[in-house]
Design a protein around this ligand. Structure first.
Ligand code: SF4
Length: 619
């Protein structure tokens, strides 16, 4: 793998490389990336989906390489601006005018705690704080776009964010996450300039965990507006309930602006309520929007008038700190004006629009439908090499699907075999199970779970595709497992995902019943995980507007949405789920598939052919 990566970097050609667990993937791209960046005199960016992998690279792999290689190199962890403490804003929030600045008196205590931490923090990164920082208080002291008075800032010499950026500039290897990487790419696209982003001009990009590439890019290249965010923006200016905010000053201008803020708040409530109604009418929590102008834009006229008035007021201000705070709000106001207009009139190029209500708030969202076209032009078609890698890029041992969905091209594809012995796994395929669409499937599933959990004496992940079925299975098996002294950990109960994993590793016979987030990114080496049970083949229900639109597009182009999208997506997720079992050469265990379609349907072959050649039992 290291040679393939080195060849790609030196030749300037892109590379897609599938590297199963155990290959030593991170070392195999880090070493060539370090050597290349020193040759090219430009950093290489490594982008990962998860914080876990970012931390592993920065804390373990890169320090180990520094020890092992007789090579002096610099590595830096890059995070979004909002992760860093802004000392100037902290001084404001902790200073004598804090009553104007903070929307609630209750935040003052938290701000003081952040102030004490700032004295001992080396990097001002909120993830590194030794106490929990509330998002509300952090938003008043973190670095913000449009709210930096550099180079005039009095704190510029000790600025955490500036220091971090200088580190990025000097680094040979920058470790970022996909969120930052794609935000940077979006800024480059919008400014039509390679150095118009957040990251320094890099000479190569390595995208790890690239199986999420299409969705990560769609998430960050689109539009995301929330009612909560809109209210927070207004509260920052003036919160009538607590009588606090930036506009709590003397003068006729601010009185007028405060009145306008209160009116905007009421108008915002009215504007977002129409989307609540839209969801309620269909009794849905997510719903596509497909008519430009289908909702009246009752907000933008007021926002534009407010923006003009606020802009005049900002011009008159002499206090640079106060002015900077207000300028950041002007920028946010512009973001809402443009974002709301783009959403209502559906003006983003070839995008999908939807309304969603999650457990916390109402969201208006849009994402590009054809990510492949954007990435082909803006990422894979650039003048630097891009290496994409993951343990699961291929479907049916081919890269065709990955290339179609992400626009990958202009280079080579390499598929590495697993370094583990296939005999470490016994694959059980339950042919006798009823089809999952039949009513008798559920009862048969519960009996099969009893059988296979007894066989492995617990020590299992049971992976579900629906939370409702997970709950019913948990109810059905709780007594059975309890009688055998096997602890059942149920996703969605009181424990968080990471707490569940801790308990699972500590109690070696315990069993986890999990949905989505347990199919990927979970690493449990050793005996505690000896059995992975897949209850159903993980076909996504195309109820999400983005997935439905992708399927419609495939159909319109003459393709078959099931074979060209749903099936390969399910195969990739199936591979991720099955891949939880073997994390090292000393691991062993069984993978049980309780969905008979894997042997009864012709397409089942694609799932099986995507796995290593494990010994099989078909019963
Ligand atoms: S330079 Fe900018 S980010 Fe840094 S402390 Fe000053 S205002 Fe904050």
């Amino acid at each position: 793998m290291a040679l393939a990566v080195a060849d790609s970097l030196l030749s300037g050609r892109n590379l897609a490389i599938e590297a199963p667990t155990g290959v030593g993937k991170s070392f195999a791209y880090l070493v060539p990336a370090i050597l290349f960046s020193r040759l090219a005199r430009r950093p290489a960016v490594i982008s990962t989906e998860t914080i876990n992998l970012q931390e592993q690279l920065i804390r373990k792999d890169l320090p180990l390489l520094r020890q092992l290689l007789d090579l002096d190199f610099r590595a830096a962890l890059a995070k979004g601006r909002g992760n860093y403490l802004c000392r100037r804003r902290l001084a404001l929030a902790a200073g004598e005018h804090r009553d104007h600045y903070l929307p609630h008196p209750a935040l003052a205590g938290e701000i003081d705690q952040i102030g004490r931490w700032a004295e001992r923090s080396g990097d001002g990164d909120c993830d590194e704080a030794d106490f929990h920082i509330g998002g509300d208080s952090w938003s008043y002291v973190c670095c913000e776009a449009g709210n930096c008075s550099f180079p005039k800032c009095n704190y510029r010499r000790e600025c955490f964010y500036r220091r971090a950026r200088e580190e990025w500039e000097r680094a040979d290897v920058i470790v970022a996450n996909h969120a930052l990487f794609f935000t940077d790419l979006k800024m480059q696209i919008e400014s039509d300039s390679r150095d118009g982003g957040l990251l320094p001009l890099y000479g190569a990009a390595v995208i790890d965990e690239a199986h999420t590439l299409e969705d990560s890019a769609a998430d960050h290249l689109g539009l995301y507006l929330t009612y909560g965010g809109f209210n927070a923006f207004l509260n920052r200016l003036y919160n009538p309930d607590s009588a606090r905010g930036l506009l709590l000053r003397k003068g006729g201008d601010v009185l007028e602006l405060r009145a306008m803020t209160a009116e905007l708040k009421a108008a915002g409530k009215h504007f977002f309520a129409q989307f609540e109604d839209y969801l309620d009418r269909a009794d849905e929590s997510i719903r596509a929007v497909d008519q430009p102008g289908g909702f009246p834009n009752t907000l933008n006229e007021r926002l534009l008038a407010f923006r003009a008035r606020l802009g005049d007021y900002v011009q008159e201000q002499e206090d640079p700190d106060y002015k900077s705070e207000l300028e950041a709000q002007l920028l946010r106001c512009d973001g809402y004006i443009d974002g709301i207009a783009a959403f209502i009139d559906m003006t983003l190029p070839e995008s999908v629009y939807w309304v969603e209500r999650d457990s916390r708030q109402l969201i208006l969202q849009a994402a590009p439908l054809n990510v492949a076209e954007i990435l082909r032009r803006e990422l894979f078609g650039r003048d630097f090499p891009v290496v994409t890698t993951s343990a699961t890029l291929t479907v049916d041992r081919q890269f065709r699907y990955f290339a179609e969905r992400t626009g990958f091209g202009g280079g080579s594809e390499v598929r590495l075999d697993s370094p583990f012995d296939p005999d470490q796994v016994q694959l059980h395929l339950a042919r006798s199970m009823p089809d999952p669409a039949l009513p008798e499937y559920e009862e048969a599933l519960f009996r099969a779970l009893e059988h296979y959990l007894e066989l492995s004496d617990g020590k299992a992940f049971v992976l579900f595709t629906s939370y409702a079925l997970l709950r019913r299975a948990a109810d059905a098996l709780e007594a059975f497992l309890g009688a055998r002294g096997i602890r059942l950990l149920i996703q969605g109960n009181e424990l968080s995902r990471s707490a569940m994993l801790r308990e699972f590793k500590a109690d070696i016979r315990s069993v986890i019943f999990g949905t989505d987030s347990f199919w990927t990114g979970v690493d449990v080496p050793g005996e505690a995980l000896s059995n992975v049970i897949i209850t159903k083949l993980p076909f996504a229900v195309p109820s999400h507007p983005l997935i439905a639109a992708r399927c419609d597009r495939i159909k319109a182009l003459g393709g078959n949405p099931f074979f060209d999208y749903s099936l390969p997506e399910a195969v990739l997720k199936f591979r991720q789920g099955a891949g939880r079992l073997i994390r090292s050469r000393s691991d062993s265990g069984m993978i049980v598939v309780l969905d008979s379609r894997i042997v009864a349907k012709r397409y089942g072959r694609m799932f099986l052919h995507s796995l290593p050649d494990y010994p099989r039992t078909i019963a």
